[in-house]
Design a protein around this ligand. Structure first.
Ligand SMILES: N[C@@H](CCC(=O)N[C@@H](CS)C(=O)NCC(=O)O)C(=O)O
Ligand SMILES: N[C@@H](CCC(=O)N[C@@H](CS)C(=O)NCC(=O)O)C(=O)O
Ligand code: FES
Lengths: 104, 104
């Protein structure tokens, strides 16, 4: 589908992508983490896209197996949600991943 | 308003009340906390009440100043959200509060 191609293009062309919802605290946490470590993430707020939001959320599920937000991609690779991202950060594995992409 | 009276009655008659949304991770965290410490909280899922959900959420804001979920009451007293409740628990202040109400 065309939306699927859009997502693939987005995560390929942007080193850090967060599919988020503005009023979701888990989404806020992951956005705040990237901000705190100086990473300029591309944030797509699914609740601000009208009917395209739910469509995108289904496409993301098809592509990644994950329906929930936040949905995080680094270097085109699907990372997971808030818990996964924070876990990587605490294990010290997030920063090397970002350095490899020259974005930290 | 009648809904306001319903809320006041609910929090007066039930020692622990959590206004929640089923798909919200912060709501899940607070419900899991009460379960873990053996507290039988009355949970009201605002996303499962049709149009009454948003109405209740506005009423809660009028009564407590808090629009967000989860919205937690203990012994009829407004406690706050997920962060507030977890903070109380970590400070060791939650369990005494519950014991005072003979629910722990
Ligand atoms: N463990 C996951 C939890 C993800 C989750 O449950 N997300 C919720 C919001 S907090 C969700 O997407 N619910 C369905 C929805 O909002 O459409 C994470 O850390 O990201
Ligand atoms: N710090 C607050 C955050 C509460 C919050 O932002 N809740 C969000 C969901 S996680 C909310 O209610 N957003 C508006 C809505 O869902 O209607 C807490 O710990 O409870
Ligand atoms: S909606 Fe509450 S944490 Fe995501």
């Amino acid at each position: 589908a065309r939306l699927e191609e859009t997502v693939k293009k987005t995560v390929a062309e942007n080193p850090v992508v967060v599919y988020s919802k503005t009023w979701c605290s888990y989404s806020m946490e992951v956005k705040a983490l990237f901000k705190r470590i100086g990473v300029d993430a591309l944030v797509i707020e699914l609740d601000q896209l009208g009917p395209q939001g739910p469509q995108l959320q289904k496409v993301l599920e098809r592509l990644t197996g994950q329906f929930t937000v936040p949905n995080v991609f680094i270097g085109g690779k699907h990372i997971g949600g808030c818990t996964d991202t924070v876990k990587l950060y605490r294990k010290g594995e997030l920063t090397p991943m970002l350095s490899e992409l020259n974005i930290n």
